[in-house]
Design a protein around this ligand. Sequence first.
Ligand SMILES: [Zn+2]
Length: 552
Amino acid sequence: MITTVCSFVVACRQNTETAGDNQSVSAILFSADSLAKNIAILASDEFQGRMPFTEGETKTINYLKAQFAAVGAEPGNGDSYFQDVPMVNISTKAAPTMQVQGPKGSFQLKGYDDYVIWTNKADPAITLDKAELVFAGYGVVAPEYNWNDYAGLDVKGKVVLVLVNDPGYSSGDSTLFKGKTMTYYGRWTYKFEEAARQGAKGCLIVHNTEAASYPFSVVQNNWNGSRLQLDNRGKNVPNCDVIGWVSEPTANKLLSAAGLSMALLDKAKQRGFKSVPLNVYLSTSMQVKATYDKSHNVIAKIPGSTRPDEYVIYSAHWDHLGVGKPDETGDSIYNGAIDNASATAGLIELARAFNNMQPKPERTIVFLAVTAEEQGLWGSAYYALNPVYPLAKTVANINMDGLNAFDKTKDIIVVGSGQSELEDILNEEARKNGRYITVETHPEAGYYYRSDHFNFAKVGVPALYTETGVDVEGKGKEYGEKLADEYREKHYHRPSDEYDPKTWTLAGAIEDLKLMFQVGKRLAAGDQLPQWKQGSEFKAIRDKSLATKQQQ
Ligand SMILES: [Zn+2]
């Protein structure tokens, strides 16, 4: 069925389509025109790059509230469309050097050149005073892989030195962890979290360009910077005093001071490796300035007809980078049209589709537009720690970050392939539409751990994350890959990520939204609970959460 809807933004194109499903589709419409209109507004200069805490935030969240209401979605947080997200901005000023004391004497390391440190703590002054350094391998505790670098180790008050990525990646042994595919245990954020849980005073990661998938210069951008955190005042959240990275040559110096060599790093890849106290002591300090403020997630829902207390959550981050360094044309507004006005507008289209669905979905469908993704996935982290709907009753999360701005693709890319049964459902639904799923080309880079669905995964909720395909209909993969590369190189996180009605078609976006709708519709019907697959690092968390629920 084709319906023609003209809007003021795009030329009339006869591109409104049905949900492409076999049941009660006539009322379900995805409108490329309304999608385009919402992207154009969210990505307009007036919204100032949608930076949290700014006028851009106020405009964005009020616009989303009005749009959700207009398509018939109810407030998702009691009688409000908003969830407060209290945060703190932490700026650090580190002392220029670090004193190292070893058995053979002492020497100095230079901040920025040799190491980069910061803190997640809001205390005004932080010091390391002859804190003992311990080499803790990969700094991993992974029961499902029978691996514990902290076994028998007391690191309270000490600084741990750990390796980036995981033993599977580094050893090239496909039977260790997930082989070349990075697990969450490989991410730097995990290293800091685990060290904090172990009670360590500090955690320093040994940088390696290949294993980190970026050069030390990227790490150096963190030197004396500022970053957002959740406001954890009054909560018992473990944090190390000092976290950061050391360069490889610095790791060599630290090990040499202990009378050891870099060969020790190789041993850490072997099962049964025991962590090594280095008899080396570190001293340095840092000044901290903390500023508290509140941002907001936007939440809307379409209540379920027969299972209203079970939930399927669609998410997309509404925020972007605000106003910043101008590009060569003098443009300083980071509009974030693809990233992520596109998928935020997609949430509104999905809400409309579910509201129009007859019969209504059995389970409740939640639309969560989260804040502060760009600064560290904070809006979704806050939601996951302070869920409006019980996590054990949350069937799945479907996250979208960047919709397709060009033609239809035959494929859609699953990020984090092999994690959960959601990809099997996606696969079945894609085939119904004559499409197919592919896996990401760089599983070692850990993209599954880099957008908002990951915070759902961390608390056990099965989470699906896809990316725009490259097999463009009638034009092929080479063409699609070129478009994807062009976006990454020229527009990603730049002021030129703008909506352009002349070049954007949104035919592909509509096709992908239809697919996301079909997956959500399947999840909303019946009593099935999709599971994490065997070997997923999130399976045990979910099993525990569901078991606890049963006992209540
Ligand atoms: Zn994004």
